[in-house]
Design a protein around this ligand. Structure first.
Ligand SMILES: [Zn+2]
Length: 529
């Protein structure tokens, strides 16, 4: 690994502009801490001049120490006609007390004239004064040249003059920004090279993904002489998002052989990605390259067969290198090899000679025909395989249940009663909930806690999804319920299908808790293989 690249994370500033994203101050602090541990070089915390929340973030951040990353406050060049020291928005950057300040300025003449409504000379002065002032205050200054590529295409000499003004004033990094996200790699390469020849300062790249080229453009610029890259975790950001660092970082390490974050952080990449989704309250995108749940998933007989023979045959890299894992997807196409591989992934010792193999396959096919879908329901599939192989009695059986609802016009409440049999014992419990499934979950859980407190007390239902499926023509519509559960360290998904939503939910709930009870046995099996 040589030719290192600096990672500048702007998840907390540009990323927070994304659709549906709203980070609290505490959220931002948690993400910043995590990014620091992960080893990015800079964390852009926000724009103190744009909102009080970001001022509060920087106040809180003053009391923390970052081990790896340097914190950056973001702002714009001074207003026209005032000195930088007089500009309130610039003062707030000083008050943020960060070691790094990032300043965005205009590169495009069109924007200078139409948006700033000032002269080309005054814009150059605004860039130079602001940077020079920040340098007198002892800051490391990153200069973000807005619309670098569009501005260059419009008037290359003026664009270069803005960059030269930034450099002369003392900017430590000059960052070329594809603000509108419409550039293509060939242009990015050409312009980055031309800038490289004229500017001695470190060159950075900041791209957006409007035409799906955010990552490609950033990597192209890094190939053409840039050594600093700005982006966000999972590519969150306004419109279609920013350059995705969860793609840039592994590409640099594994494809370009260039170092960025510490080598030992790469195995935490998927975790970093999931953490930001969790804080942003977004469902993870399974199709994200490198870190998505589907990034190393295999479906269809031929691939699975080959993967089983030679794991690398259908994978560009070992998923474990980025903390991801291989998955085999079940489907109606599922052949013997799929089921064997899935069973092995779940920790069972199964091969072509296993006598129960055929029964397992028939059972999966029959259930899929009824509308079950095991691709996302690893927990239920693990139980199905275990029941076929182990011939053991179930840890509990729901003998009977009753759900009712009453409403007084203003509010309504559901009540569930369940009778659970565990060996020769029984429990009969009642619970109320804000919906029938919630009540049923409460009743079932309180019954089982009597027998299995230690194993179940930290198991929680974390997601509940309902979909209507038409299993096959001529039958009534069925409801498919998927329940995701977690014990804080691992998660599992279970499924139920029925014409009645309560019955489907109960099946998924029963599987969720049964898997919860047996999960340690599964984990032990997995460890042993
Ligand atoms: Zn941006």
């Amino acid at each position: 690994m040589s030719n290192p690249v600096e990672i500048y994370d702007t998840t907390l500033r540009d990323g927070s502009q994304g659709l549906g994203i709203s980070f609290s101050v505490l959220d931002k602090l948690r993400i910043a801490e995590r990014l620091d541990g992960f080893g990015v070089h800079y964390i852009e915390g926000g724009w103190p001049g744009s909102n009080p929340k970001d001022i509060e973030f920087f106040d809180e951040a003053k009391r923390r120490t970052f081990r790896n990353a340097r914190l950056a406050a973001f702002g714009a060049t001074r207003r026209k006609g005032v000195t930088a020291a007089e500009d309130d928005q610039v003062r707030l950057l000083i008050d943020a007390e960060t070691p790094v300040v990032t300043i965005v300025g205009k590169t495009s003449l069109l924007h200078v004239r139409e948006v700033l409504q000032t002269t080309p000379q005054e814009n150059l002065a605004m860039i130079a004064d602001t940077i020079a002032f920040l340098k007198t205050q002892g800051r490391f200054v990153v200069y973000d040249a807005e619309h670098s590529f569009d501005g260059y295409k419009e008037d290359s000499e003026y664009a270069l003059a803005t960059l030269a003004a930034a450099e002369r004033a003392g900017a430590d990094v000059v960052v070329l920004c594809d603000t509108n996200g419409g550039s293509i790699p060939a242009e990015v390469v050409e312009i980055t090279k031309l800038v490289r020849a004229r500017i001695a300062a470190r060159i950075g790249i900041h791209t957006h993904d409007d035409i799906g080229l955010g990552v490609a453009n950033a990597l192209a610029a890094l190939d053409a002489g840039a050594t600093h890259v700005q982006g966000t975790i999972n590519g969150i950001g306004e419109r279609t998002g920013n350059c995705n660092l969860t793609s840039v970082i592994p590409n640099l390490a594994f494809k370009f052989k260039r170092s960025s974050v510490p080598g030992e952080s790469l195995v935490m990449l998927k975790e970093m990605s999931q953490f930001v989704d969790e804080i942003a309250n977004m469902r993870p995108n399974p199709r994200l390259p490198w870190v998505g749940a589907a990034a190393f998933s295999h479906k269809g007989g031929q691939h699975v067969n080959a993967v089983q023979k030679l794991v690398r045959s259908y994978e560009h890299i070992d998923p474990a290198l980025v903390g991801n894992s291989r998955h085999v997807l079940m489907s109606e196409l599922a052949g013997r090899s799929n089921i064997i591989m899935k069973a092995r992934e779940l920790g069972f010792d199964v091969n072509k000679e296993t006598p129960e193999l055929n029964a397992m396959l028939q059972r999966v096919k029959a259930l899929e025909h009824e509308g079950y879908e095991f691709e996302a329901a690893d927990g239920s599939l693990a139980l199905l395989i275990r029941h076929t192989l182990a011939h053991e009695t179930k840890p509990f059986v729901v003998d009977a249940y009753h759900v009712s609802m009453r409403s007084d016009g203003k509010s309504s409440v559901c009540e569930a009663t369940v009778k659970v049999v565990v060996g020769t014992d029984q429990a009969h419990t009642v619970a109320e909930g804000d919906g029938p499934v919630n009540a049923l979950d409460g009743a079932l859980r309180s019954a089982l806690l009597k027998f299995y407190r230690r194993d179940l007390e930290d198991v929680r239902l974390t997601d509940y999804k309902v979909r209507i499926v038409n299993s096959s023509s001529g039958t009534a519509a069925r409801t498919r319920v998927l329940i995701e559960s977690s014990d804080g360290t691992s998660t599992w998904t279970t499924i139920g299908v029925d014409e009645n939503i309560i019955e489907a939910s109960l099946q998924a709930l029963v599987d969720s808790l049964e898997y919860g009870l047996l999960r340690k046995a599964f984990a032990a099996d997995v460890a042993a293989t």
